[in-house]
Design a binder for this molecule. Structure first.
Ligand code: NAD
Ligand code: ZN
Length: 360
């Protein structure tokens, strides 16, 4: 029997224009002694008219964060936490407005405002000691499922691992598809494919079950409408679908697991800093042996939207780098266990994993 007992987001609103309700949503959560809300906004929006719609009051703080130099780090979270406490004291809440990176930053900052020391101390499962402050996620890119997941993935000096516990999960998410309208086409594709791959992996493996399949099938259907065939592409009704697909994909994997692509993806990101969704696309493209149907359809979507997926990368890689990637991938035992079964060690060798990397 598989036992999971996962925490869902407390409240969720969905629809065009729901962002306009944010002020109203936050009001009851502003505490009398310190009503401050901290808005962590993706730097992409700095200086754009959208910022005037962020419902910041005089005592609040709006911080624009550039997520492009690197994925969120423990050092970055610690510095943000220190700055907020120094300038505002313990605020009433944190609101993240951005893509998967900002979702993770908002979750992590909420937790680190009440837990002492560096966030590196808490990379892992259930290491957080105290509930964080109220936190809200407003996604502006869809696909990672970070809006619903119970982890805030951080890169630390020693490892890339999430702060994972029930308190990580958002208290509120605001799913307003208008906010993803201008995502650049490549990013729209790579991040959306994270959802597609979450579903293929969660539904192909030993932990699959009716709960994860119910969300997974629907999310896959929505992905097909968004990325395949005539009606596909970036347009308002598809943005609605993609936003729901991301959420459902997250729920599908909450009650199952990801698999081979994500295991290899962590290796690639660890060694080369390749961003999660882009790394997944590079890897999934080579996984026809493991996910034949999914990879076939993925290639159709790539072709349909004429998306660049790099190939022949491995000719620049040293054996030591490939070896390290394989070690990182193999350490994700829960993913192999799901993908191949409890006897996975008899089925997959380190050399096979290295060979997969060498195909890229
Ligand atoms: P992202 O947040 O890294 O942003 C990618 C780019 O898009 C950035 O340049 C950003 O400024 C820009 N951007 C954001 N919103 C935009 C908009 N509306 N219009 C135009 N540009 C916009 O992208 P992502 O793919 O959503 O997130 C990837 C991150 O999510 C990684 O750090 C990964 O580790 C994390 N992740 C977390 C989970 C989880 O469960 N916690 C799951 C998967 C991935
Ligand atoms: Zn993913």
């Amino acid at each position: 029997m598989m036992f999971k007992n996962f925490k869902n987001v407390d409240k969720c609103t969905f629809g065009r224009g729901t962002f306009n309700k944010l002020d109203e949503i936050l009001a009851p959560h502003r505490k009398a002694d310190n009503p401050a809300m901290i808005f962590l906004v993706d730097n992409y929006f700095a200086g754009k008219p959208f910022t005037q719609r962020v419902p910041a009051q005089a005592h609040d703080m709006v911080l624009f964060i550039d997520v492009d130099p690197h994925e969120p780090t423990t050092e970055q979270i610690d510095a943000l936490r220190d700055k907020i406490l120094a300038e505002k004291g313990l605020p009433s809440g944190v609101v993240g407005i951005g893509g998967g990176s900002i979702m993770d930053i908002a979750k992590a900052v909420s937790l680190m405002l009440t837990n002492e020391g560096s966030s590196q101390l808490y990379q892992g499962l259930n290491l957080i000691k105290k509930e964080g402050v109220y936190h809200v996620g407003v996604p502006t890119i869809s696909g990672t499922g970070a809006e619903v997941s119970m982890t805030a993935v951080l890169t630390g000096p020693e490892k890339k691992l999430g702060l994972k516990c029930d308190w990580t999960v958002f208290n509120q998410i605001v799913l307003d598809p208008e906010l993803i309208a201008e995502v650049p086409r490549n990013q729209w594709f790579y991040t959306g494919m994270d959802t597609y791959i979450h579903c293929v992996e969660s539904m192909t493996g030993h932990l699959k079950n009716t709960f994860s399949e119910a969300y997974g099938y629907k999310a896959l259907d929505l992905c097909r409408e968004v990325y395949l065939g005539e009606g596909s592409g970036q347009k308002p009704d598809n943005d609605d679908k993609l936003m729901v697909a991301s959420y459902f994909g997250g729920l599908s994997l909450s009650y199952s697991e990801v698999g081979v692509c994500h295991a290899l993806s962590y290796g690639l990101s660890y060694v080369f800093g390749t961003r999660h969704c882009f790394a997944n696309c590079i890897i999934f493209d080579q996984l026809a042996d493991y996910y034949p149907e999914g990879v076939r359809e993925f290639k159709q979507m790539v072709k349909h939207h004429d998306i660049f997926i790099p190939k022949n990368l491995s000719k620049e890689w040293t054996d030591a780098q490939v070896d390290k990637m394989a070690d990182v991938a193999l350490a994700l035992t829960h993913m192999w266990n799901h993908a191949m079964g409890p006897d996975w060690k008899d089925k997959v060798t380190k050399q096979q994993i290295k060979d997969l990397y060498y195909r890229m």
